[in-house]
Design a protein around this ligand. Structure first.
Ligand code: 5GP
Length: 199
């Protein structure tokens, strides 16, 4: 992947249930310049999810074929399903937009290997574990077993905070969103100054 534009790539990761999907959507609504990277997944759609908007929902067979064809920049197995970021759509989007990725720590590690990418890596954490449990249960999108599995994954997931540039505690959605806006704005300005001074 190579590109010359001043567009940035923001990775937003968190333990499941920490609120990143809401924030990702809010950023896209406010900033016309941002495109959400729509991942491929073998997970079944939740009732409110739309194919091609929330994810590209594909079978295990298709996903494995895509892996073999080298279609992904990164992919990971999470909670028994595969999730991956398509090269083609990222390469196309970055020519004209900033991109926001809602991916996990495994995907973040893989994307970080592309040293030419202007990645801004943000890790969102819930204020405490109890709050996480409440959010996972309240959002009412997964079965009780799945909620339990996601809750249990927290301890392992949180160990990867060190791979990120910024850590934000999602105590309050609005504050959290403002912090992310500041991070985006600082990094966009930095990039713009840098490109002016190197022209
Ligand atoms: P969910 O099933 O709740 O939509 O997502 C489960 C986890 O998969 C979340 O942590 C989300 O960030 C992560 N995820 C979604 N798409 C991708 C992807 O393309 N690559 C990787 N590595 N993780 C992803």
């Amino acid at each position: 992947m190579s590109y010359d534009s001043n567009n940035i790539m923001v990775i937003l990761s968190s333990p499941s249930g920490a609120g990143k999907t809401t924030i990702t959507k809010k950023i896209q609504q406010k900033y016309q310049s941002f495109k959400i990277s729509v991942s491929h997944t073998t997970r079944k759609p939740r009732p409110n999810e739309v194919d091609g908007v929330d994810y590209h929902f594909v079978s295990h067979e298709k996903f494995k074929k895509y892996i073999n064809d080298g279609k992904f920049y990164e992919y990971a197995k999470i909670f028994d399903n595969y999730y991956g970021t398509s090269k083609e759509s990222v390469d196309e989007s970055i020519k004209k937009s900033d991109i926001i990725f809602d991916i996990d720590w495994q995907g973040t590690q893989q994307l970080s290997k592309f040293k030419n990418l202007k990645l801004i890596k943000i890790y969102l954490i819930p204020p405490n574990k109890e709050e996480l449990k409440e959010r996972l249960t309240k959002r009412n999108q997964d079965s009780p077993d799945e909620v339990e599995r996601r809750y249990k994954a927290y301890d392992k997931d949180i160990q990867h905070w060190k791979d990120y540039d910024y850590i934000i505690i999602n105590q309050n959605l609005e504050n959290c969103y403002k912090q992310i806006e500041n991070i985006i704005s600082i990094n966009k300005n930095k990039l713009s100054i840098f490109s002016q001074t190197t022209q």
